[in-house]
Write a protein that binds this ligand. Structure first.
Ligand code: ATP
Length: 138
């Protein structure tokens, strides 16, 4: 069974229970789940690949502004299926192209986009280990 990493971002934390019901309704098992607030250092490390982008400081400020929910999701094709349930990165675009998606329903724009999903199996492994170092991926 494949695993992926999911994160409900601070802008959608108030809707976390509803989002988890959608996730389970789409046949994912939530194998791990933890609510926490990221420190700036941890956020910068998690989003390190974006450190030279113009939006980086805004992203760090946003992602550390409140509680997030970190999760490991389990399902066949978990990586692709979770990205599909999320919809496009920009919630405004998601409203046009995928109105039922999580980013359309719970996000606002390209930054406040409700949730994150790993974009490949290797990213999923890295991100799961980042938040859940004890998780057994075998
Ligand atoms: P995520 O990694 O959160 O699933 P993604 O892979 O769809 O999103 P990335 O391009 O990796 O998108 O960007 C990471 C995050 O940075 C986005 O989810 C969003 O919160 C923020 N972001 C991306 N592009 C912009 C932008 N142009 N302006 C502001 N914030 C942005």
């Amino acid at each position: 069974m494949e695993h992926t990493f999911a994160m409900i971002k601070p802008d959608a934390f108030e809707n976390a229970d509803e989002i988890c019901k959608i996730i389970e309704g789409a046949d994912f098992k939530i194998a791990e789940k933890e609510s926490l607030t990221l420190t700036p250092a941890k956020a910068k490390s998690f989003y390190g690949e974006h450190k030279d982008r113009a939006f980086f400081s805004g992203l760090i400020e946003f992602i550390t502004s409140g509680t997030i929910v970190a999760m490991v999701l389990e399902k066949e094709n978990a990586v692709v299926d979770w990205r599909s349930l999320l919809g496009p990165t920009n919630s405004k675009q998601a409203e046009e192209e995928a109105p039922d998606s999580i980013r359309a329903r719970y996000g606002t724009d390209v930054q406040k986009n409700a949730a994150h999903g790993s974009d490949s199996p290797s990213a999923a492994e890295r991100e799961i280990k980042f938040f859940f170092p004890e998780f057994d991926l075998t």
